[in-house]
Design a protein around this ligand. Structure first.
Ligand code: ZN
Length: 451
């Protein structure tokens, strides 16, 4: 049994003062506000829930910053970036994937992310010597080593595009037929425990046939697990979807599948108002990854429309170009401020706080996308939380109401002190508890990959 006492805590979507939280076996057992500390309590200034990453490709941590040099052809876009990403994928094996994943997972924890949905489709090593179970083992061992909560999503990727029947050369790394995917799902699921669960996904509509998608969706429904898909990230794939199916991706998906509340649609960037209006009745979550979407030049999701429809959102670190939940939330808002020439767009109701509203929605939606259905930090939920020092300069002059606005918009300084996952401290004084050793192993691995 552990007990924490905080001057202020953001619990069950509102601020409380003088809060005592008790934790047992990795779960919140109860909390009381307007109370006093007991001698055995650990004392903190501010406690807030940890943030889930609803979309991650952890291996891409080793690519961050390597794709910013203008190409000789002067045609730099998502597809040219993807060519570089494929070159990295060809170099991976379980021995390199593990230190990369450990580094990225530890950085996620230090930034305040406490769980991650890993959308994984590199099912073979570059030398073709290792298969899906070996690559999964590397990811799950990395997550266990650093203590992040993992939702593993084995992804079906079976063709190079709409109307194609096979994969191109590098995409052979992603190849699993349906039987192999389901066997791999069973292998991963057999290892599930209180800190690791397994969902399912398909890469995108362009990457799978309708009949295969149906079978993956049915398994996710039967297993009551999360179902993830990239949808409408690029205008090119939207145009191909219209040419093939006569409809945009979200419209076609809704017309042909029963999209339910276990679905997470990643990058619904190029969706229109009618598609979003239909989607909002399903309770599916849309995952947005603003720093990756900006880095790749994807476009801007019509967030104001989705917010008006009261649709759920989650955030992802995706390509790992940034690993910082507050930066994702800030740019989710800023993209729209720049386009709409307005301010405080996400906070729909008068007198509500933009940073707080973004944070609250991303924590709720992110947990759902990861398959965690309990209200964060409510009794029975996972003890996944962040502590903040109130003497951080960015919080000077802020009462509770605007603490999350300061954390979101005053991006000059990381005010995180400690991070807890499943009742265990994994970050202290702003650093992962084993970060220097991880950094050495990561640097050695990545230097070898790039040189
Ligand atoms: Zn992605």
């Amino acid at each position: 049994m552990t007990s924490l006492f905080a001057k202020r805590a953001y619990l069950e979507a509102r601020w409380h003062e003088q809060v005592r939280i008790t934790i047992d076996d990795g779960k919140i057992t109860c909390w009381d506000a307007s109370t006093s500390p007991l001698p055995s309590d650990e004392l903190f200034d501010i406690i807030i829930p940890g943030v889930p990453i609803a979309h991650s490709h952890v291996f891409q941590r080793a690519l961050a910053g390597h794709c910013e040099r203008k190409s000789p052809s002067d045609r730099d876009d998502f597809w040219s970036w993807r060519s570089n990403m494929y070159k990295l994928a060809e170099k991976l094996n379980p021995d390199s994937l593990k230190p990369i994943a450990r580094q990225a997972f530890s950085e996620m924890l230090a930034a305040g992310y406490t769980s991650v949905a890993e959308f994984h489709y590199i099912h073979h090593s570059g030398d073709r010597m290792h298969g899906a179970n070996n690559m999964f083992d590397a990811i799950v061992e990395a997550a266990q080593d650093v203590g992040i909560r993992l939702t593993y999503l084995p992804i079906l990727y079976e063709r190079a595009g709409f109307g194609r029947s096979n994969l191109n050369t590098t995409q052979q790394l992603f190849a699993l037929n349906l039987d192999d995917l389901f066997d791999h799902f069973s292998y991963a699921n057999a290892q599930a425990d209180s800190s690791m669960s397994v969902g399912l996904g398909v890469h995108s509509l362009r990457a799978v046939s309708e009949s295969s998608l149906k079978q993956v969706v049915n398994l996710a429904k039967n297993e009551e697990c999360p179902m993830h898909i990239h949808i409408a990230e690029q205008t090119g794939e939207v145009d191909e979807c219209i040419a093939t199916h006569g409809a945009k991706p979200v419209r076609w998906l809704l017309d042909n599948f029963e999209v339910e509340d276990n679905w997470c649609l990643v990058h619904a960037t190029h969706s229109d108002e009618k598609e979003l209006a239909s989607l909002s009745s399903t309770s599916a979550v849309i995952c947005l990854c603003p720093t990756t979407e900006a880095n790749l030049g994807d476009g801007i999701f019509p967030m104001k429309v989705w917010k008006t429809l009261e649709g759920g959102i989650a955030i992802g670190s995706d390509s790992q170009i940034s690993i910082n939940p507050f930066e994702e939330l800030r740019w989710l808002e800023y993209g729209h401020r720049l386009v709409l020439r307005s301010r405080n767009i996400y906070a729909k109701k008068p007198s509500t706080y933009t940073g707080e509203t973004l944070f609250q929605d991303a924590v709720l939606g992110g947990n759902r996308a990861c398959g965690h259905w309990r209200t964060p930090l409510a009794p029975g939920s996972n003890a996944d939380l962040i502590t903040i020092n109130e003497d951080s300069p960015i919080l000077a002059g802020h009462k509770s109401d605007s603490v999350l606005d300061a954390l979101t918009f005053c991006g000059i300084h990381n005010a995180i002190d400690r991070v807890m996952v499943s009742g265990q401290w994994v970050v202290k004084e702003g650093r992962h508890v084993t970060s220097s050793k991880l950094e050495e192993e990561y640097a050695e691995c990545v230097n070898r990959l790039w040189n």
